[in-house]
Design a protein around this ligand. Structure first.
Ligand code: HEC
Length: 123
């Protein structure tokens, strides 16, 4: 198996374990990133922070690159989060992001608004 597959397996396990409320609680207290606004709770709950960081590419592209690609277009970003628009940042790796989009179907419009606002705050 390729090294990358192990990384995804590990992340899968981490996503699973962060669903356990006690571990999640500990994680939450350390999520102020630099001078940016605080990451919305819904993103911690869904584990977005496990694959996305502020300025460095981990598994997914960093928030700054996503923000630059969307050029402040919140409506377009929300469309992507709703599964109504194709990826523009790194379409070749969308397979890893796709299960997240499926999960986001159960998230309120209000929370998606907060997610988009947070991501676009990276400049
Ligand atoms: C398992 C790892 C993983 C998790 C968890 C994850 N992402 Fe991603 N994400 C990716 C990868 C890989 C890409 C690159 C593919 C792409 O551009 O769609 C990506 C891309 C994106 C993009 C860019 C879309 C575009 O136009 O290309 C956004 C926005 C995004 N993620 C938001 C989120 C949010 C919000 C969450 C949490 C609800 C999240 N991601 C959780 C891996 C992940």
């Amino acid at each position: 198996m390729k090294k990358r597959n192990y990384i995804f397996l590990t992340i899968g396990f981490m996503l699973w374990s962060f669903k356990q409320p006690n571990i999640h609680q500990n994680y939450k207290s350390t999520t102020l990133i630099g001078s940016y606004q605080k990451m919305p709770d819904i993103m911690l709950k869904k584990g977005c922070n496990l694959c996305h960081k502020a300025n460095e590419t981990v598994v997914g592209p960093d928030f700054k690159s996503i923000s630059l690609a969307y050029k402040g277009d919140k409506a377009k970003l929300i469309k992507f989060l709703n599964g109504e628009a194709a990826p523009i940042v790194n379409p070749d790796e969308f397979q890893y992001m796709k299960p997240v989009i499926n999960q986001l179907k159960h998230v309120s419009a209000d929370d998606k608004e907060k997610i988009a606002q947070y991501i676009l705050s990276f400049k």
